[in-house]
Design a protein around this ligand. Structure first.
Ligand code: HEC
Length: 118
């Protein structure tokens, strides 16, 4: 059954190429975010991720948070906010998400990742 054996390959390819993969926020990420924006929750970060997926994918694939240094994200958000017609609040949520995840990447994610609570 050649076709069956090809399915895992197709799935693997699709995970990488068909859908943008944006990391889910964890409680560790929320703790990290709260150091800069007190009171930030996992739900806030996940909301930011959702807006990013829905509103920033029409012109280009969403740029992975880790691809841009934390300090460079706010400038991109400020520019892209008008292109994506985001409200101030939506832009803020997207910014918190990408900056936090980029920081997590920069710090190497030493600790094991807990499951994202929803
Ligand atoms: C209306 C189309 C459009 C939308 C919507 C859009 N972008 Fe962009 N984006 C672009 C274009 C075009 C570029 C190419 C560089 C430039 O013009 O600045 C770009 C570039 C970028 C870059 C720089 C990539 C690099 O490698 O330098 C980032 C980061 C980015 N966009 C993030 C976002 C985010 C976050 C959102 C949602 C808030 C978003 N974009 C929504 C059109 C768009």
């Amino acid at each position: 059954m050649l076709s069956l054996r090809l399915i895992p390959l197709a799935v693997l390819f699709c995970v990488g190429a068909c859908r943008p993969t944006l990391p889910a926020a964890t409680t560790a990420d929320a703790d990290r975010a709260a150091q800069t924006w007190p009171g930030t929750t996992v739900a806030d970060l996940e909301h930011g991720r959702q807006i990013y997926l829905e509103r920033c994918s029409s012109c280009h694939q969403p740029v992975a948070p880790a691809k841009v240094a934390p300090a460079n994200w706010p400038g991109h958000i400020a520019e892209m906010k008008t292109r994506a017609h985001l409200s101030e609040e939506q832009a803020q949520l997207v910014k918190r998400y990408v900056v936090t995840m980029s920081r997590a990447h920069a710090e190497g994610r030493a600790a094991p990742q807990p499951q994202a609570s929803r």
